[in-house]
Design a protein around this ligand. Sequence first.
Ligand SMILES: [Zn+2]
Length: 275
Amino acid sequence: MESRQRWEQIRRNEHRRKKAKQRLLIASAFVLVVGIIFGSILGGAIGKGPLKKEVKALTEKLQEAEKAAVETAKQSEKHENLEDAELPWNLVLVNKWNEMEEGYVPELTEVAEGYEVDSRIADAVKEMLSDAKEAGLNPIICSAYRSLDKQEELFDDNMKEKVRNGMGYYDAYMEASTMVAVPGTSEHALGLAVDIVSIDNQMLDESQEETAEAKWLIENCHKYGFILRYPNGTTDITGIIYEPWHYRYVGVEIATEITELGVTFEEYLEEHYEP
Ligand SMILES: [Zn+2]
């Protein structure tokens, strides 16, 4: 079997496994709630005897567990709803847990030599860069739209090397996915993300945040409709390391709201977005 076919199969299985786990969580929460109600009734019936204290403590513990279970189920459901929700084009969520629509290709416009973005955000990108230059800075784009094919190629190469070095396909898949976005889960394929660095520091690491370019962009990007997509300390929520160079377009209004709230895109959609 071809390497590509193998990891595509693994990807599909992993996706199904996640879905099943989510459904199981919701189901177990409800079973627990029913159990607690039943337990409380029973507890009330024998609660008059010497066991009263123990029953009371147990009931309290069960109530706590109930709260936690309901909360977990709610979170899972939210996640699922978000995936199924019809979000407008500028708010489409793509991450480790939400794959982009298969076969989606945006209409593209070139914003710098060799770099294209979704045509609808081309003006915003150009304006942001020219204003930064006017402020005496030298920002340069180092990544914009990346096709799904390109992402698949990157991922496939990364995995093949691991397999050549003796790793099994599944382990190679899991390890590769921490280094290269699994095809279908990269925002760059939407054409709504740009990586921008300082001409004086083109390293894609945390040192980027120290550059005058990054400081200006982080402070001003919302005025052009962008957010710093993967802020420091949010890996648990976004699934991606701190990237003080990756900007995502969401529109001026929402970008300003997200910046004022100081939340991630994921948190914003879950807690504050109302269609
Ligand atoms: Zn990026």
